[in-house]
Design a binder for this molecule. Structure first.
Ligand code: GLC
Length: 423
C-alpha cells in the first residue's frame, strides 16, 4: 500500500482469479451495422454522423440482460465502451451534448450498466477511447498547442466524471492514444487522478505516454485478436471477438464455434492470462442470437467441467509450449493438479509426453470418472491411457485432471528425446 493505493498484487488478485470477461461494443455505429470504424472508413462527415444520435433509441438495450448473459457464460467482469472513437458518450456527461441522455434514448447507459453488473456479481470495467473523431480538437490537438490543452482538459474531465459518478470502478480500459505523442495526453497526471479517485482500479496499457516520453504500461497488457502471453512478471488479457468485428456488423456471419472459443479461453489461462470476449449488440441493443448461443455454450461447458475448476484461479503451466500453436493441448495448473485439455479425441488410447511429475490419479472432469494410466520415465517420459471412453466424454472439449505428488512439471522441449548426432 503506497499513498493509499493497494499494491499491484492486491489490486490484481480478483482479476487473476477471474480469467474471463465480457467486452461490450455499443454506440452509434451499432445503428449502421457496418463495423465500429464506419465513420472513419467511409469518411462520413462529422455532422452527418452526428445525426445518427437522433435515431439512438436503444429500446432493446437491457444492461441487466447483458450482465446476466455474462454471468451465465461464466464471465466474472465486464468492460463497456463508454465512448468509442466516434466520440458519443453513453453517460450523462456535463461536458458535451453528444451523449445518450440527449438522444431519444434519454438514458444514462453507463449508470444502468454499472448497476446491472454489480447486481449480477460482476466486476465493472469501463472502456474509454482517447482518440475522438468528432471533437473539433480531436485531431487539431496534434499541431495546435491551444487545441491540445483544451482537448486534454476535455479528456481528463470526461474520465474524471466516469471515475467520480458511478461508485467503485474495477477496470479502466483506455484505447488508441492517437494523435498525441509523448506526454501529449498528460497521462501521468491523468492516471494519478484516476488512482486517487479509484485506488483499487486496474488500468490497461493503452493510455499513451507519460512524463519523460516513456510508454505508460500501467497494470496489464492487451493483445488484440490473438493470444500472446506477456513475460511472467506482467499480467495480460487477450481481447477478441465472437465473429470478426467489435461493433455490430450485419454481414459478419463468420462466428467462431464453442470449441474454438474454449480453445482461446484455455490458451489464455494456460499462459497466465485472461480472455475478454466481445459482444456487439445491434442498433436497438439486441444481442444477436448467435452470440447468445455461444456464450451460453461456454457457460455450460464451464459448469459441467467442475464449475470452471480448470480455468478460474489456475496458474500458468510450466511449459510454454503447451498451446495450440504447437499442436499441443493446453494445460492449466492449480496446486498439485494439472488440467489437460483435450480438444480432439482419439478414442480409448491417449499419450502425453513429458509429464515429469509422478501422477497419482487421473479423472475426467466432466464425468468425474477415474481413469487408469501407465507412467514411464525410461527410455522416454510418457503418460499412457489405454482405457478411456471411446467417444469424447465432453462434446466440446474434454479435460483430464492429473493429480500429482507435487507441483506438476511438464516439459516438451528439444530435450525430451536425445537425438543422435547428425553427421
Ligand atoms: C481497437 C479498435 C477498436 C476496438 C478495440 C478493442 O483498437 O480501434 O475498434 O474497440 O481495439 O480492443
Amino acid at each position: 500500500m503506497a499513498h493509499g493505493i493497494p499494491s499491484l498484487n492486491e489490486r490484481m488478485a480478483w482479476w487473476r482469479q477471474a480469467r474471463f470477461g465480457m467486452f461490450i461494443h455499443y454506440g452509434l455505429y451499432s445503428l449502421l451495422g457496418r463495423h465500429e470504424w464506419v465513420m472513419n472508413r467511409e469518411r462520413i462527415p462529422v455532422d452527418e454522423y452526428a445525426r445518427l444520435a437522433d435515431r439512438f433509441t436503444a429500446e432493446k438495450c437491457d444492461m441487466r440482460h447483458y450482465a446476466r448473459l455474462a454471468r451465465e457464460a461464466g464471465q466474472k467482469y465486464m468492460v463497456l465502451t463508454t465512448k468509442h472513437h466516434e466520440g458519443f458518450c453513453l453517460w450523462d456527461t456535463k461536458l458535451t451534448d453528444f451523449k445518450s441522455t440527449r438522444a431519444p434514448a434519454r438514458r444514462d447507459l453507463v449508470a444502468e450498466y454499472v448497476e446491472a453488473a454489480r447486481a449480477e456479481g460482476l466486476r465493472v470495467g469501463l472502456y474509454y477511447s482517447l482518440m475522438d473523431w468528432r471533437h473539433p480538437d480531436g485531431a487539431q490537438c496534434y499541431r495546435d498547442e491551444a487545441a491540445r490543452q483544451r482537448f486534454v482538459e476535455y479528456t481528463h474531465g470526461l474520465v474524471r466524471e466516469l471515475m467520480t459518478n458511478y461508485g467503485q470502478i474495477d477496470v479502466l480500459f483506455y484505447d488508441v492514444p492517437w494523435p498525441l505523442k509523448p506526454n501529449g495526453w498528460e497521462s501521468t497526471r491523468l492516471n494519478h487522478m484516476v488512482r486517487t479517485l479509484q485506488p483499487q482500479i486496474i488500468i490497461n496499457d493503452r493510455s499513451g505516454w507519460g512524463r519523460g516520453g516513456t510508454l505508460m504500461p500501467e497494470d496489464y497488457d492487451t493483445p488484440e485478436n490473438h493470444v500472446k502471453a506477456s513475460p511472467p512478471y506482467r499480467d495480460w488479457e487477450s481481447c477478441d471477438t465472437l465473429n470478426h468485428t467489435w461493433g455490430y456488423n450485419r454481414v459478419d456471419h463468420d462466428w467462431k464455434t464453442v470449441p474454438q472459443l474454449l480453445s482461446m479461453l484455455v490458451s489464455c489461462a494456460s499462459q497466465g492470462g485472461n480472455l475478454l470476449l466481445n459482444i456487439g449488440p445491434m442498433g436497438d441493443g439486441t444481442v444477436q442470437p448467435e452470440a447468445v448461443a455461444r456464450l451460453k455454450g461456454i457457460g455450460a461447458w464451464l459448469k459441467r467441467n467442475g464449475d470452471g475448476e480448470s480455468i478460474y484461479g489456475t496458474e500458468r503451466a510450466t511449459c510454454e509450449w503447451m498451446n495450440f500453436a504447437f499442436g499441443q493441448s493446453p494445460a492449466t495448473v492449480r496446486g498439485h493438479t494439472m488440467y489437460w485439455h483435450v480438444p480432439r479425441w482419439y478414442g480409448r488410447e491417449l499419450t502425453m509426453g513429458g509429464m515429469e511429475t509422478k501422477v497419482l490419479r487421473a479423472r475426467i472432469l466432466s464425468t468425474g470418472q477415474e481413469v487408469t494410466f501407465k507412467q514411464s520415465f525410461e527410455p522416454t517420459i510418457r503418460l499412457q491411457f489405454g482405457d478411456l471412453p471411446e467417444s469424447p466424454p465432453d462434446p466440446d472439449m474434454t479435460v483430464i485432471a492429473l493429480e500429482c505428488d507435487g507441483p506438476p512439471v511438464h516439459r516438451l522441449g528439444a530435450g525430451c528425446v536425445v537425438m543422435p548426432d547428425v553427421p
